[in-house]
Design a protein around this ligand. Structure first.
Ligand code: GLC
Length: 557
């Protein structure tokens, strides 16, 4: 029995929720077309309830040409036909709620699809027309106008500008896209853009969603004169990152969220080098939480992890926002693969195909990292398949790769498809229950032939599996009042060992190369691997019942 109220009845639920990211295309395919759908998610809701998470974040499920896996939205008020219908989304939201699971939807305010009616109208209209004002159209530089208007680069590689054609076929103005050319950037100085997004947010809140995840949240506002990006910019001076005007936009969104009787949460995707800048978005009256990419990108190193944990906690405490703990998502290399490499950090800049990895070592570390993340104060995210210990699929045949990051980087970046391979549910061979047995189509990305031992079915009955570890940890987290939101205290520990208490629960993680004795304790609540002779082996973590101390145990919030 949980000590907490059912998670769907709690008010400040985002402060300690465990949020599971459903990458809809790859979760479960009910209609047999090889692409995940809402009907598939509905059949798997009991799995998610039993896993023990509190909320589901759905990557974009709206009408989209899928140039960037749905992050190119053509219509926010309708579901892409490959995923289902609006009625099914409404049903899913309410069924999830019946299972005690809140729903978070993804909003992508920086850009729309090039198939969005606004952009179609803009391209069809004259240069200088009002239709074009909702985007960033500019003449090119150089005598023929054949150079991009400024030096901005796309996050996917190459220039952030593409050139249009005039109706007579001659080259026309350029338009801005910080991602793929199929994702034109919106002009947030235009009143329609703000009004439309406020309406879209209400549209989904009115359908019972409990929160939104804000894509690329620090990129929306551009310096109107679109200057070149210069060297050594001070924070806030960049022409399209982290601009002050963003805060006003999010304060208005917060007012919308707060206008609902049931609490709604706003979670930001913000990649900034300095967490002090990130938490400015979490000040009272702004957003509720932000993904902790400093933790995600951190190498498997005790000193650096401790440093990032401390920075996270101090910066968040200053604005009274809950820290979040994230090990993976649909954009980054899966932890089992990353932690098995010589360089265990993550960065988009250095990501390459075929870097050697030791998956057994990576798996040990990923298990230990899971116990670390779930013991830290605040809320935590789990990306689908993380609970199964799925590795990155690094040998997807190139003709199957769909991620624009691969093509736009000229093949330098392997792309993100390796973390997006459809989930293995059961059986001995692809599609491993992802699609129904009689499915007409293969899964949209090929699954490895050796995933039979990684299926949910296989792992559910194995107490030593990844899935069992996640289920156990989540059950304990729910039952222990000191876990989730609240204080933590570091304990003295051997070098390269992290040890801290949360009330009478102690979490110890051994990142050193030798076994380390466990601190004096009562019961072992859970460990990420065997504990021979009462020692904690390298790359292993444990949660222990700790003798309470009057100085250390403060009540959880
Ligand atoms: C975010 C998403 C990513 C997408 C990009 C552009 O970073 O997580 O998947 O490609 O925004 O929308």
């Amino acid at each position: 029995m949980s000590h907490r109220q059912p998670s769907t009845e709690r008010t400040h639920w985002w402060r300690d929720a465990v949020i599971y990211q459903v990458y809809v295309r790859s979760f479960a395919d009910a209609n047999g077309d090889g692409v995940g759908d809402l009907a598939g998610v509905r059949t798997r809701l009991p799995y998610l309830r039993d896993l023990g998470v509190d909320a589901l974040w759905f990557t974009p499920w709206y009408v989209s040409p899928m140039a960037d896996g749905g992050y190119d939205v053509a219509d926010y008020r309708a579901i892409d036909p490959t995923h289902g219908t609006l009625a099914e989304a409404e049903q899913l939201i309410s069924e999830a709620h019946e299972h005690g699971l809140r729903t978070i939807v993804d909003i992508i305010p920086n850009h729309v699809s090039d198939q969005h009616p606004w952009f179609a109208a803009a391209v069809a209209a004259e240069p200088g027309s009002p239709e074009r004002e909702r985007f960033w159209f500019r003449p090119g530089r150089g005598p023929q106008g054949d150079e991009p208007p400024n030096n901005w680069t796309s996050n996917f590689g190459g220039p952030a500008w593409s050139r249009t054609k005039n109706p007579d076929g001659t080259p026309g103005d350029w338009y801005l896209h910080l991602f793929a050319p199929e994702q034109p950037d919106l002009n947030w100085n235009h009143p329609d853009v703000a009004a439309e997004h406020e309406d879209v947010i209400r549209f989904w809140f009115d359908r019972g969603v409990a929160g939104i995840r804000i894509d690329s949240a620090a990129l929306l506002v551009k310096a109107p004169e679109l200057p070149d990006v210069g060297p050594n910019l001070a924070p806030g001076d960049h022409p399209h990152v982290d601009r002050e005007e963003l805060h006003g936009i999010y304060r208005r969104w917060r007012d919308i969220a707060d206008s609902y009787p049931q609490p709604r949460a706003l979670v930001a995707e913000i990649w900034l080098p300095d967490m002090h800048r990130t938490v400015r978005y979490l000040r009272p009256g702004e957003l509720h939480a932000a993904f902790n990419f400093d933790f995600l990108t951190c190498p498997w190193d005790a000193t650096r992890l401790r440093d990032r944990i401390d920075t996270t906690i101090h910066t968040h405490r200053a604005v009274d926002a809950p820290p979040t703990w994230v090990l993976s998502n649909h954009d980054v290399t899966r932890p089992v693969t990353r932690y098995g490499r010589a360089d265990t950090s993550f960065s988009f800049e250095t990501r390459r195909r075929g870097v050697p990895t030791d998956l057994r070592l990576g798996a040990r570390r990923a298990r230990a990292a899971a116990l670390l993340a779930l013991a830290l104060p605040g809320s935590a995210y789990i990306y689908q398949g993380e609970e199964l210990g799925l590795p990155e699929v690094e040998d997807i045949p190139l003709e199957h790769i769909q991620d624009p990051m691969y093509t736009q980087s000229g093949g330098v970046d392997p792309g993100r498809d390796g973390a997006r391979v459809p989930l293995p549910w059961s059986g001995q061979a692809p599609s491993y229950g992802f699609s129904p047995p009689e499915a007409a189509a293969e899964p949209w990305l090929p699954q490895p032939p050796n995933w039979a031992h990684r299926t949910v079915e296989e792992q559910a009955g194995d107490p030593a599996s990844f899935l069992s570890l996640y289920r156990t940890a989540l059950r304990i987290r729910r039952a222990e009042p000191a876990l989730g939101d609240g204080p933590m205290s570091w304990l003295d520990s051997a070098p390269d060992v992290l040890a801290f208490t949360r009330g009478d629960v102690c979490c110890v993680v051994n990142l050193s190369a030798t076994p380390t004795p466990l601190p004096p304790h009562g019961r072992v609540l859970v460990s990420s691997g065997p504990l021979p002779d009462g020692q904690l082996p390298p790359d292993t973590a444990a949660w222990l019942r700790f003798p309470p101390s009057p100085n250390r145990t403060e009540p959880a919030r």
